[in-house]
Design a protein around this ligand. Structure first.
Ligand code: PGA
Length: 254
């Protein structure tokens, strides 16, 4: 039986009413024995509401970012301790919008990753190349460097309990989805890098795809052997689309 991991990244969208509706939807989707893990990533103000809504269900909640510092005088920042305190289990690290819009460096992301692991938050490490990097034939090199920034510093143990998300920048929010073959090739490459460090970890680590995933393209992506689910942006804000994607994964898992 295959296992799938499906994350809904709400980004800077939503309000109280929508957060409640989307969390209720995630809760309903998690009422199954099938090995399909549903995780939602609301913006900070809605984390507690979402975590409370999911309490007692198998769905989980995560933050979209965290500070690498411990609690203290860091105005505007949110610590890992706070994220845990409101009932989250996961945190996104290195989403392309953090790398490219907020200019977060390998070094900063490595610190955030370390902080998450230290606190017992499960990191979802996002990697992916830009369009010009893909056109220059550098996709494998770019994702390798992004993964190595963590793997070479902390070793494979730090990836236990983590999720790796391949999110080609050119496919995020653009409606341009990677073909199943393009995504599979990068996923297989990522898994082989992890396998060089730890074969057991390589087979258990969820490597999920993100970038314009919709109900209409999800099952052909999930049919690939190294695609273990998805990190879903726009479609996670639409309960019908998100439900169809998760139900499709359940069919493949069952
Ligand atoms: P998208 O976003 O599904 O809207 O392309 C994916 C993501 O940013 O995680």
């Amino acid at each position: 039986m295959r296992r799938f991991w499906l994350g809904g990244n709400w980004k800077m969208h939503g309000n109280m009413a929508q957060a409640h509706a989307l969390s209720t939807c995630a809760r309903k989707l998690a009422q199954t024995e099938l090995p399909v893990q549903v995780v939602i990533f609301p913006a900070f103000p809605y984390l507690q509401l979402a975590a409370q809504c999911l309490q007692g269900s198998k769905a989980m909640c995560g933050a979209q970012d965290l500070a690498y510092q411990p609690p203290g005088a860091f105005t505007g920042a949110v610590s890992g301790e706070m994220i845990l305190d409101v009932g989250c289990q996961y945190v996104l690290i290195g989403h392309s919008e953090r790398r490219h819009v907020f200019q977060e460096s390998h070094e900063l992301l490595t610190r955030k990753f370390a902080r998450a692991v230290e606190l017992g938050l499960r990191p979802v490490l996002c990697v992916g190349e830009t369009l010009s990097q893909r056109e220059a034939g550098q996709s494998e090199h770019v994702v390798h460097a992004q993964l190595a920034a963590v793997l070479d510093v902390f070793g494979p143990a730090a990836l236990r309990g983590a999720v790796l998300a391949y999110e080609p920048v050119w496919a995020i929010g653009t409606g341009k989805v990677a073909t199943p073959e393009q995504a599979q090739a990068i996923h297989a490459h990522l898994r082989s890098i992890v396998r060089n460090h730890d074969a057991n970890l390589a087979s258990s680590l969820p490597i999920v795809y993100g970038g314009s995933v919709k109900a209409s393209n999800a099952s052909s992506l999930f049919a690939q052997p190294d695609i273990d689910g998805a990190l879903i942006g726009g479609s996670s804000l639409d309960t019908l689309e998100f439900t169809a994607i998760v139900e499709g994964a359940k069919d493949l898992a069952g």
